[in-house]
Design a protein around this ligand. Structure first.
Ligand code: NAD
Length: 266
């Protein structure tokens, strides 16, 4: 076992880190002095993010990858180890909810189901499969999976997304048990609505004339009265990755402005 030199910065992989919650988290990790590997399918956005952030306290390296593919997920881990010497934290953030997925099950294309399951759930398994051996070499690690409040409660017309997020939560519990005695913690976050390109795309779909109004209305459904900011999710991810959360594993944290506290009668 080659433990990390305690004085060297920790290394984190963020999947889907070029936009939205992943981008905010990558920037937050870099601000705190982590070495950050951003794995994303969007080369232009990833390279822009990496170019803007090189400093003595935090580096961001961009690795273009479709993390739902085994060879590319393995490549992400190998390139991270080559660049930064190991892996301490894995933030399985990537997720998609494409416009053609808003269907009842009978009308949902099988290929769309497969794609959502592959990107949202299988990518977590694949990145864990390749990153965990690196964490075992370090003698420690933290895996944070981005689920959703939709893993806990559902809404109409999201069969694949809901199923994929339920899978992410179940995988979180399993991994936590399998690796607790190896000093690897595994936790999930369940965000409510967060202002990102993904949410804005959904708003444009639902309300093409006035997407901002849709965002405002969704915000009002949250007890806090607004949707979240990606930076607010990133701060929770930072906490969960840190030693401050050393007794939390196998658990999820709702970052949802009170949404899951609210009963249907309320
Ligand atoms: P986003 O669409 O804004 O960003 C997702 C990123 O993933 C993009 O940079 C995109 O290029 C990248 N990506 C997509 N497919 C990829 C692939 N196959 N391989 C590598 N990269 C890929 O999304 P977001 O809103 O920031 O969502 C991030 C995570 O948070 C997702 O798992 C999502 O389900 C979850 N989430 C979001 C919200 C919300 O309201 N925004 C709420 C709950 C949960």
């Amino acid at each position: 076992m080659t433990e990390r030199d305690k004085s060297s910065p920790k290394v984190v992989i963020v999947s889907g880190g070029a936009h939205g919650i992943g981008e905010a988290s990558a920037l937050a990790f870099a601000r705190e002095g982590y070495r950050v590997a951003v794995a994303d399918i969007d080369r232009a956005a990833g390279e822009k993010l990496a170019a803007g952030r090189r400093s003595p306290t935090g580096d961001i390296a961009f690795i273009q990858a479709d993390v739902s593919r085994s060879s590319e997920a393995r490549d992400v881990v190998q390139k991270t180890v080559a660049a930064f010497g190991g892996v301490d934290i894995l933030f399985n953030n990537v997720g998609i909810q494409p416009p053609d997925s808003y269907r009842t099950a009978e009308h949902l294309d099988e290929a769309v189901w497969d794609r959502i399951m592959d990107v949202n759930a299988k990518s977590c398994f694949l990145l864990c499969k390749y990153a965990i051996p690196e964490m075992l070499k370090r003698g420690a690690g933290v895996i944070i999976n981005n689920a959703s409040v939709q893993a806990l409660q559902s809404q109409r017309l999201v069969p694949a997304y809901a199923a994929s997020k339920g899978a992410v939560l179940s995988l979180t519990r399993n991994l936590a048990l399998d690796y607790a005695d190896k000093n690897i913690r595994v936790v999930a976050i369940c965000p409510g609505s967060v202002d990102t390109p993904m949410l804005r795309a959904t708003a444009a779909l639902e309300s093409p004339q006035n997407p901002d109004e849709a965002l405002t209305q969704w915000g009002l459904k949250h007890p806090i009265g607004r949707i979240g900011r990606a930076e607010e999710i990133a701060e929770v991810v930072l906490f969960l990755a840190s030693e401050k959360a050393s007794f939390i594993t196998g658990e999820y944290v709702c970052v949802d402005g009170g949404l899951m506290a609210k009963g249907a009668w309320a």
